[in-house]
Design a protein around this ligand. Structure first.
Ligand SMILES: *[C@@H]1O[C@H](CO)[C@@H](O)[C@H](O)[C@H]1NC(C)=O
Ligand SMILES: *[C@@H]1O[C@H](CO)[C@@H](O)[C@H](O)[C@H]1NC(C)=O
Ligand SMILES: *[C@@H]1O[C@H](CO)[C@@H](O)[C@H](O)[C@H]1NC(C)=O
Ligand SMILES: *[C@@H]1O[C@H](CO)[C@@H](O)[C@H](O)[C@H]1NC(C)=O
Ligand SMILES: *[C@@H]1O[C@H](CO)[C@@H](O)[C@H](O)[C@H]1NC(C)=O
Ligand SMILES: *[C@@H]1O[C@H](CO)[C@@H](O)[C@H](O)[C@H]1NC(C)=O
Ligand SMILES: *[C@@H]1O[C@H](CO)[C@@H](O)[C@H](O)[C@H]1NC(C)=O
Ligand SMILES: *[C@@H]1O[C@H](CO)[C@@H](O)[C@H](O)[C@H]1NC(C)=O
Ligand SMILES: *[C@@H]1O[C@H](CO)[C@@H](O)[C@H](O)[C@H]1NC(C)=O
Ligand SMILES: *[C@@H]1O[C@H](CO)[C@@H](O)[C@H](O)[C@H]1NC(C)=O
Ligand SMILES: *[C@@H]1O[C@H](CO)[C@@H](O)[C@H](O)[C@H]1NC(C)=O
Ligand SMILES: *[C@@H]1O[C@H](CO)[C@@H](O)[C@H](O)[C@H]1NC(C)=O
Length: 414
């Protein structure tokens, strides 16, 4: 769905029209191993001393320190330090014959009053997001001139004019590019997130309104594995695996949209009594609020903002739900497709769901409490088999008894 094309271009990584931040990282043998030339804009909201929320915008400066970067065999890190204790870093890993950017960590020092005037806090805050830099062929340079905005709690990062090559071999940059989908000249027929719409027909006096037009069915959404870490070096504190689809009703129109996990950025937070998971893709933003009370957790709130095919923005939410309930310290699981009515206009469908918003140990799911449908069926199957078997035994016994009687009477009559 999210395809890249390798093109053989005369210039490739070497010459680039932008004048962004350019960095060359060398390995221990003093050979070039990572190259980046890119532009990043940050939009950060923070709390000011007068209890107001301030939002500031600034750019990644051209002057950065890249000493913290490092290249290793299968993973490498681009770390750009700038200003008074701010940093922006990207982790790359190799996955077969492609490489990808696993995460971007942006740390900003709120005591820097030139950027964050009157900040109430003096702390350094880190946000971790997942960019859409995936499936870059080895020995090619990733190129994306289009803007990509990655949203996280209180920080938006916009990347553009990006040219990056990780895992450079032999110290020479590649002339071949892997171009991002957004840059390709012809828009791909498949939208980033699969969407179906009832065909729009103009209502005229001769044609009846098309309220009964059947909507084509979407493929089952792929299962995404989402996790939240309290900080860079810790294991996950919230885990959620699921395939997700939303169903949106606007007037007479009903539309379903799948969430594509490959193009979704994850953010959120974990706490003792509440945790939050926020998933952002180009077609929707969906947030889940979990609460922990009296040793049970549940999904209490869901908010969805989606761009509909009509171009309108849809926004609905409900903060008084009681879904996905299980004991704190265990996880909630439901493999069957589920249809949850969030509001009159919004339904959420889940597939292969497993979620644990509290007390995650060692980054792994704890024992699961299964949803009614799963456990109901798994209970029913052996019971049904047992009932059928005993019925069969009784049937065989009866026919045996009848047969014996008949044959006995038969013998006697002879
Ligand atoms: C997402 O990426 C994985 C591997 O990177 C791939 O197997 C899968 O087909 C992709 N899914 C979609 C919907 O593009
Ligand atoms: C700021 O808000 C907090 C609670 O949110 C309140 O206790 C405090 O008095 C407020 N301070 C000012 C200066 O308004
Ligand atoms: C980036 O930020 C600068 C200054 O804040 C602004 O002039 C520029 O338009 C921004 N660019 C984008 C693509 O948002
Ligand atoms: C954060 O900024 C303040 C003020 O500029 C500075 O004194 C402090 O050293 C910075 N913190 C870090 C971790 O660099
Ligand atoms: C940060 O602020 C707290 C109180 O708000 C203060 O106690 C602490 O000394 C400050 N730290 C620094 C490094 O300025
Ligand atoms: C990030 O972008 C979203 C959508 O454009 C906007 O609602 C939000 O206020 C932005 N946040 C920041 C911190 O700029
Ligand atoms: C670029 O790709 C072509 C075909 O994919 C390959 O033959 C060529 O060696 C590559 N060039 C570089 C510099 O990697
Ligand atoms: C609906 O009518 C408008 C204006 O009359 C026209 O531009 C449009 O192409 C029509 N759409 C369809 C699906 O017939
Ligand atoms: C994470 O660990 C690395 C080294 O293992 C250390 O340099 C870094 O400061 C740690 N970061 C945090 C946020 O603790
Ligand atoms: C959940 O809430 C209970 C009290 O309501 C508290 O004792 C427990 O520590 C909380 N769980 C977590 C993971 O903080
Ligand atoms: C949904 O939006 C409401 C109102 O803006 C907010 O109070 C609530 O915390 C949000 N819930 C989630 C899960 O984001
Ligand atoms: C989901 O549930 C709602 C309300 O129960 C129902 O109207 C709708 O048809 C269901 N959708 C699917 C796809 O099963």
């Amino acid at each position: 769905m999210f395809r890249y094309f390798s093109l053989l271009l005369a210039f490739g990584c070497v010459i680039h029209p932008s004048h962004g931040t350019e960095v060359m990282v060398k390995d221990k043998d003093d050979k070039l191993c990572l190259y980046a030339n890119l532009m990043v804009n940050f939009s950060v909201s923070y709390e000011a001393a007068d209890n107001k929320s301030n939002t500031v915008q600034f750019e990644l400066p051209a002057n950065v320190m890249s000493d913290g970067s490092k290249c290793e065999e299968t993973n490498s890190m681009l770390k750009l330090d700038f200003g008074a204790g701010h940093s922006w870093s990207v982790k790359f890993t190799i996955n077969g014959n492609v490489y990808q950017a696993d995460s971007i960590t942006f740390s900003y020092n709120l005591s820097d009053s030139t950027i964050f005037p009157k900040s109430a806090s003096n702390e350094t805050v880190s946000v971790i997001v997942r960019p859409h830099i995936t499936d870059v062929s080895m020995d090619t340079c990733y190129s994306c001139n289009s803007k990509e905005t990655i949203q996280a709690e209180s920080v938006n990062q916009t990347l553009w004019n990006v040219l990056i090559q990780a895992f450079i071999s032999n110290g020479t940059q590649s002339k071949n590019l892997t171009t991002c989908a957004a840059d390709l000249p012809t828009p791909t027929p498949t939208a980033p997130d699969t969407t179906t719409v009832a065909p729009v027909t103009n209502v005229t006096t001769s044609a009846p309104p098309s309220t009964t037009t059947p909507t084509p069915t979407l493929p089952t959404p792929s299962t995404g594995n989402y996790s939240i870490k309290p900080d860079e070096n810790s294991t996950a504190c919230l885990l959620a695996n699921f395939g997700l689809r939303i169903g949106v009703k606007q007037g007479e129109k009903y539309q379903e949209i799948n969430l594509d996990p490959n193009r979704t950025s994850v953010s959120g937070s974990c706490g003792g009594n509440s945790s939050e998971l926020v998933l952002v893709s180009s077609a929707m933003t969906i947030s889940f609020a979990f609460t922990n009370d009296t040793k049970k957790f549940r999904l209490q709130g869901v908010n969805v903002t989606a761009k509909l095919s009509s171009g309108t923005v849809f926004s609905e939410g409900n903060s008084s739900l009681s879904l996905w309930e299980a004991s704190v310290g265990s996880s909630y699981m439901c493999n069957k497709e589920q249809n949850y009515t969030i509001t009159g206009q919004l339904n959420v469908f889940t597939f292969d769901l497993q979620v644990q918003p509290f007390e995650v140990k060692k980054g792994l799911f704890s024992t699961a409490e299964e949803c009614f449908l799963d456990s109901d069926l798994s209970f029913l199957v052996p019971i049904a088999v047992g009932v059928a078997l005993s019925f069969l035994i009784v049937l065989v016994l009866i026919s045996y008894l009848i047969g014996r009687r008949k044959s006995r009477t038969g013998y006697q009559s002879v």
